[in-house]
Design a protein around this ligand. Structure first.
Ligand code: FAD
Length: 502
């Protein structure tokens, strides 16, 4: 016999995570479910989180959001990838571009042919064969065009957004309320547990109002009001590998046209982000408090802005890691309440998205069959640990020895799962993506190469292609990419024409 369905869902928190959950659940579950969201303007939101991954487009599509309307109202720009400056060595720069690199031939990915061409000494930098990277360095952008041949790289260019996170949350709030979500403004003073099984029964507001529910989604940010403060779930730290624990953020005036990529510049005790929006630029220095003082971090950030600072720098503190269980009893934690790694590859909002998708796949009935939460937790842990490894790679695969921070990162021991992947890549440029893993082979390939992990060889099947054909193939791909970039408008011109904010 089926247990009765859940009908009352309470979302705690109205940051990006809370409103993403509210919008998606309202859209997918419909009006048979009563969805309430509680947030406190006095507490506010974390106020950062402006760079996204390509999958956000799918999330917006699920909601039926009009892309142009969304871009205008959130002051978005387009993101083709992330530029890493000074990570392997001072003065280095490489781009982790989204989307394809070159053109796969038979069983092998393009980069295997490129590795042989590079060994022979005539290949260009790998970025010259990536439409995203080649376009990004020239500040160009064009959304997939319907009037280009389907086999042109321009027909399937992959992109994400930089946006104003507060405006995005506001946008989703309007959407969710239109779809029946009931919002309550107020501060939760107490979380009430059922005495028999410790499930959350209700949250009590300072106003005295009591909000009952069957399923609670904890989007209360770092404090983890339900998952940690009420249920004491516990936290697994990643601090031994991801030592940054603070950030200072400030917006600045735009200096020049917006670049279609996030910039992550290595600094003495961490790194600095630069995220261009239509109306301003987001900046922040993510750092290890064991290696630099807060005052020094602020000074470094302000010294390295391209435009004039708008307001005072805002400090943030965090501990890298994740909850031992993101689904505990009848509470599912999403967003910062579930954990936080690093903004380095802009994965947090994406993890909110995958968490929502996973919850919908494993949506419980009133009996909360344990097998559902067990599977949810196992999949989440796997996904997070693979992201963790990818982030560690950026810090660890460095030749930098100029500060104690970088020496620590370079010499630290790393998880076996990451060490295995580095060994395999160093041998012959190979990498295999596991199921549930966010970052695809090409992401790893670009970051490994960018961090100066040089494969000693290449796949033996590459030798089946005669040298003359190899040269024609690799050179031809480079030419196609160069022609595409030539035909693209600048990002500024594209935005001006199609989606400038009013
Ligand atoms: P919050 O924004 O903190 O929201 C918490 C909500 O809970 C608020 O509405 C608050 O009012 C409410 N609340 C809390 N306590 C109570 C209470 N007692 N009663 C009532 N309401 C309560 N992510 C990316 O994807 N890309 C990035 O580029 C990126 N950059 C980042 C940079 C830094 C330095 C940091 C720290 C994070 C970054 N993130 C980034 C992560 C991103 O900011 C978050 O994942 C995202 O904003 C979601 O936050 P949240 O909704 O979980 O929490």
């Amino acid at each position: 016999m089926n247990a009765p369905p859940i009908k009352h869902i309470v979302i705690v928190g109205g940051g990006t995570a809370g409103w993403m959950a509210a919008a998606a659940l309202a859209k997918v579950l419909g009006r048979d479910y009563a969805i309430r969201l509680v947030e406190s303007e006095e507490i506010g939101t974390v106020g950062v989180g402006e760079a996204t991954m390509t999958h956000l487009k799918l999330f917006n599509n699920l909601l039926g959001i009009d892309e142009i309307d969304f871009i205008r109202k959130t002051q978005s720009t387009f993101k083709l990838g992330i530029q890493f400056r000074g990570w392997a060595r001072p003065g280095d720069a490489y781009i982790h571009g989204f989307g394809a690199i070159g053109h796969d031939l038979g069983l092998l990915p393009f980069h295997q042919y490129w590795l042989k061409a590079r060994q022979q000494g005539w290949a260009q930098d790998i970025g010259a064969y990536s439409l995203n990277t080649a376009a990004a360095v020239q500040n160009k952008f064009m959304a997939p065009a319907t009037d280009v041949p389907p086999n042109s790289p321009l027909a399937s260019i992959a992109y994400a957004y930089h946006f104003d996170a507060a405006l995005y949350a506001r946008y989703l709030r309007d959407y969710a309320e239109r779809h029946g979500v009931r919002r309550t403004e107020g501060k939760i003073a107490q979380v009430l547990l059922r005495p028999d099984d410790g499930f959350v029964e209700a949250v009590a507001l300072e106003s005295g109002e009591r909000i009952e529910g069957e399923l609670f989604i904890d989007c209360s940010g770092f404090r983890g009001l339900l998952i940690e403060q009420a249920l004491h779930t516990g936290y697994v730290e990643f601090t031994q590998w991801l030592p940054c624990d603070r950030a200072v953020a400030v917006a600045s005036e735009n200096a020049g046209p917006p670049m279609p990529y996030t910039r992550a510049t290595a600094r003495p005790a961490g790194w600095q982000w630069r995220i261009p929006l239509q109306h301003r630029t987001g900046n922040g220095y993510v750092y290890s408090s064991a290696h630099v003082s807060d005052d020094e971090a602020v000074a470094t950030l302000l010294k390295n802005l391209d435009g004039r600072a708008l307001g005072e720098p805002r400090p943030l503190r965090f501990v890298t890691g994740m909850r031992k269980r993101c689904w505990n009893r009848n509470v599912v934690a999403l967003g910062l309440a579930s954990g936080f790694m690093e903004p380095l590859e802009s994965t947090s909002i994406h993890l909110v998205q995958t968490g929502i998708a996973r919850l919908l796949q494993l949506f419980p009935r009133k009996d909360f069959a344990p097998v559902l939460s067990e599977r949810f937790n196992a999949q989440t842990a796997f996904e997070v640990e693979r992201v963790r490894d990818f982030l560690i790679l950026h810090y660890h695969a460095t030749e930098r020895a100029d500060t104690a921070f970088w020496t620590q990162c370079r010499t630290m021991s790393i998880p076996d799962s990451l060490a295995d992947n580095i060994r395999l890549f160093r041998d012959s440029g190979r990498f295999f993506r596991n199921a549930e893993e966010i970052f695809a082979q090409l992401s790893w390939v670009q970051v490994m190469l960018g961090q100066r992990i040089v494969p000693q060889g290449y796949h033996p099947m590459v030798d089946q292609v005669p040298d003359a054909d190899l040269r024609r193939f690799v050179t031809g791909v480079g030419q196609v990419i160069a022609n595409c970039v030539e035909a693209m408008p600048t990002q500024a011109a594209f935005i001006e024409r199609y989606c400038a904010a009013p």
